[in-house]
Design a protein around this ligand. Structure first.
Ligand code: ZN
Length: 327
């Protein structure tokens, strides 16, 4: 049934566990594990420390730094189980999301190797499964690789994704801040292995600059791109995205908050370009709690600003269903 206040069931493809758990749950998790967050001994200071605050984020890397705190608090099996559970339930209750893909990097949740990766991953799966018993949501996980990691570390994450592919891991992604010496193309054999194993392939690219877009398409063989908004200024990239039938995971507020897009007019330009060029895209939050948003709010914002109309929003939902890695 569709409850009052909702139009139809929604799908979200791009949200991170590190930015999707509400502050009160993160606060109890920190306390139950005896974790002290520097300069955040009071609840309200803590909320400020793990959410986007006016004037605090000057560029994408400032935003990514907030994850250092949330990842530390989630670095245990119990932290991950509770986090994953709360995200799936919250998505249904607050946004009527019934198809949900959530992503995280397990190796940024094991305290530098102190905790066992398999335990972290299985606890996350358990959290998702418990929530699916409570709510009619189909949810699954995407494991993330990181630009800051050595290749051997990223290889282990792909290995784990393949190991648990029949237990709720549906894809892989790569993200994190730009790092010196990192070359996206170096990951191509790892992505090949994941694809051959039947996993879905996405990657963070084209968020604050366009440099990785072509590589993730040609060397990693992505089916979707996280963000990809910078392609709007490059006709050759738009053509490549369309020709390869790639779906973009657009996260409007996130791009504005991280200053990857400077103004609403830039966002308007991007969406207009994607529509004109017939490129498939979906609407996502990237991290509703850290960004003080929700999928419902994102859609209302796009409507209110005249960036997309009702019909185009419905098409975004349709695109999300089709591009989902959930079987
Ligand atoms: Zn993201």
């Amino acid at each position: 049934m569709i409850p009052a206040g909702f139009d139809y069931e929604l799908t979200e493809l791009h949200t991170h566990i590190g930015s999707a758990v509400s502050p009160e749950i993160m606060w109890s998790l920190a306390h139950s594990q005896g974790i002290k967050v520097r300069d955040a001994h009071d609840y309200w200071k803590f909320v400020e420390a793990i959410t986007v605050q006016p004037g605090k984020i000057k560029r994408l890397d400032d935003y990514l730094e907030l994850f250092n705190i949330t990842e530390l608090i989630q670095s245990s099996p119990e932290g991950m189980e509770k986090s994953a559970h709360s995200i799936v339930g919250g998505a249904y209750r607050k946004n009527l999301i019934t198809r949900l893909e959530i992503r995280f990097n397990p190796m940024l949740r094991n305290r530098g190797g102190e905790r066992d990766l398999d335990h972290i991953i299985l606890a996350t799966i358990r959290g998702v499964e418990k929530a699916m018993l409570e709510y009619p949501v189909k949810a699954a996980l995407i494991l993330m690789l990181d630009r800051r990691f050595r290749k051997e570390q990223n290889a282990i994450i792909v290995e784990k994704a393949i190991k648990y592919k029949n237990r709720g891991i549906v894809g892989i992604d790569v993200g994190g801040p730009q790092a010196q010496d990192f070359k996206m193309s170096d990951l191509s054999d790892l992505f090949d292995n994941a694809r051959k194993a039947g996993l879905g392939i996405t990657a963070h690219a084209g968020e604050d600059d366009e440099r990785d877009i072509q590589t993730v398409i040609e060397a990693l063989g992505v089916q979707r791109i996280g963000h990809g908004v910078q392609s709007a200024w490059h006709p050759n990239l738009l053509k490549l995205i369309r020709d390869r039938n790639i779906t973009l995971e657009i996260c409007p507020s996130s791009n504005l908050e991280t200053k990857s897009l400077k103004t609403i007019d830039e966002l308007r330009f991007v969406l207009k370009k994607l529509l004109e060029e017939d490129i498939k895209f979906t609407i996502n939050t990237d991290g509703p709690e850290m960004l003080n948003t929700s999928l419902k709010k994102e859609r209302a914002f796009l409507l209110r600003e005249g960036l997309l109309n009702e019909e185009q929003l419905r098409e975004c939902e349709e695109n999300a269903r089709k591009a989902s890695f959930l079987k």
